[in-house]
Design a binder for this molecule. Structure first.
Ligand SMILES: C=C(O[C@H]1C=CC=C(C(=O)O)[C@@H]1O)C(=O)O
Length: 327
């Protein structure tokens, strides 16, 4: 992330619920906001040029050789006990399809990935990002149930999740994420939580191992739990590593490109449906002439550079499946 890519808080002066079709506006919302929004919703095939592009002209890229080289170095660092796990990522640029429409792509994402957090964010001077995240970072619903997950381990989806077989490497990788969440609860002296899993979950074309953690805030008096956990969890061991600090330093020195908003977090805060913050995974950046896809893979001592490369290819398929609609 560079200085231009700072944290953004977008005020919901216009709130539209697609399920019910209801729209609410704040008292200070510009008069024409609702009208413009409705018009934009209808012009589904608007060209991309109407969408915001990043102020940073030069995107940086990671090559196959660069990625695999970084994985080799990570395995060596893990073997010499400098850290237990690190998540290395890369990006890939594709030509923007001529007929690409962010709104049509958003609709295609909703259809294709009904269980994911589907997002389209376009901000002046910042750019346009789209994604289908499977990873809840922090969520508090209308019933005051706090949720977070330990998500890790990846393989192509099989027809029946019950048939999934996981290797020791993935089980350990996910166990590390789980242990980290438990250590966060411990540091907050929180003992009243439920933990279910790990279970196999489907995320588009992939499967992961996931443990769900819940805290009932009606029973536990902990008004700052959401903000405390956000501070402790980000960047999670599903996108950074363990221990956090050496993994982060390793990423900064060896990853070789700028993650920008990939692996950050996004989602509604204090909305009528609560707060639902997700990790920005399985995402892409829409630029004037190109689409940049992003994906990472958790590296442990058991990793193999070729397999980790393949894993990032599979993760990029999530967004590529949407892009083929425009080719
Ligand atoms: C870092 C990514 O996925 C994370 C989430 C689930 C499984 C992961 C894994 O198996 O490595 C990653 O930790 C990504 O999609 O770019």
């Amino acid at each position: 992330m560079t200085e231009q890519e700072h944290q953004l808080f977008i005020k919901a002066d216009l709130y539209f619920d697609a399920a019910t079709g209801s729209m609410t506006t704040t008292a200070d919302a510009p008069a024409e906001a609702a009208q413009n929004f409705t018009a934009a919703l209808q012009s589904i095939n608007q060209p991309t040029s109407n969408w915001h592009s990043s102020a940073t002209n030069q995107a940086s890229y990671q090559t196959e050789l660069g990625f695999k080289g970084a994985v080799e170095k990570a395995i060596a660092a893990i073997t010499s006990e400098e850290m237990e796990k690190v998540v290395l990522s890369r990006n890939y640029s594709e030509k923007l399809p001529a007929n690409f429409s962010p709104v049509a792509a958003f609709e295609a994402m909703l259809q294709a990935y009904p269980n994911a957090f589907v997002s389209l964010v376009s901000v002046p001077g910042v750019g346009t990002w789209m994604g289908v995240s499977p990873e809840v970072l922090v969520s508090i619903n209308e019933e005051q149930i706090f949720k977070t997950v330990a998500l890790a381990g990846t393989q192509p989806a099989v027809e029946k999740v019950g048939d999934a077989i996981w290797r020791q490497k993935e089980i350990e990788e996910q166990g590390m994420v789980e242990r980290y969440i438990l250590s966060c609860f411990k540091s907050l002296r929180l003992r009243e939580y439920t933990e279910v899993g790990p279970r196999t979950v489907i995320a588009g074309n992939l499967m992961h191992l996931r443990t769900d953690f819940k805290v009932d805030l009606k029973e536990v008096d902990f008004p700052t739990l959401g903000t405390d956990m956000l501070r402790l969890l980000h960047p999670t061991s599903a996108v950074c590593g363990l221990p956090k600090e050496p993994a982060l330093q390793f990423i900064l020195s060896h990853e070789g490109y700028n993650r920008s908003y990939y692996s950050g977090y996004l989602g509604p805060v204090n909305s009528p449906a609560g707060t639902h913050i997700f990790v920005n995974l399985r995402c892409m950046q829409v630029r004037d002439q190109e689409i940049i896809l992003y994906a990472g893979a958790g590296i442990t001592g058991e990793s193999n550079p070729e397999k980790e490369w393949q894993e990032t290819q599979h993760k990029m398929q999530t967004m590529r499946r949407i892009l083929v609609n425009f080719e």
